[in-house]
Design a protein around this ligand. Sequence first.
Ligand code: C5P
Length: 223
Amino acid sequence: AADKPLAGKRVLITSGPTHEPIDPVRYIANRSSGKQGHAIAAAAAAAGAEVILVSGPVHVPDPARISPIHVTTAKQMLEAVQKALPVDVAIFAAAVADWGIADAQPQKIKKNKSDAPSFTLTENPDILATVAKLKSGRPRLVVGFAAETEHVLEHAKTKLKTKGCDWIVANDVSPQTGIMGGDRNTVHLVTAGGVESWPPQSKDDVARTLMARVAQVLNGSQQ
Ligand code: C5P
């Protein structure tokens, strides 16, 4: 039906930050709120899709009628994503920590040593690139996000190629934009065909516009 253009489609969305443990009580995180990813999950469900929402630790409420799969670390997020495959569409809105702590400690690190502790970082799996580069069972449409603080479009175009995804939704997350944690977003849709700059709008409207574009592709009218 026209109001359920994604009926019968499985849509996977990652949302929120990941937390990378230092010890049992401390972690590395980032400022992602999960608002944009959760809004996309809600919009996909409203369009009739079967939604699998894999969420890092967030404070936003679960979208209506969706029970997210909750994970903490990037590694757990990758495992949950792999379990959810195959899907028709995969949208990676999570701000996955690029690095984890190589030697996370099983007990709380005590302050009473002479030196401040130092940590070795280790690169986390790139979930988006892993899925985009699947030889078999690749989703029909793989969408990544690029949160940048400078040279937004340049970085997004590079990311489209290096990650192997179909679209990048790029935004400027410099502190003065108020985008991280805020309710509004200004994004550019970067595809092989070029760049579309969307007007500033609510994260809910970005989500609805994005899902309408996804439906167009899946239903054959354009890429
Ligand atoms: O490389 P960067 O982190 O800027 O790429 C952002 C995009 O890649 C986002 O779509 C994000 O969800 C995804 N990503 C991922 N796994 C990572 C790092 C980023 O899925 N380890």
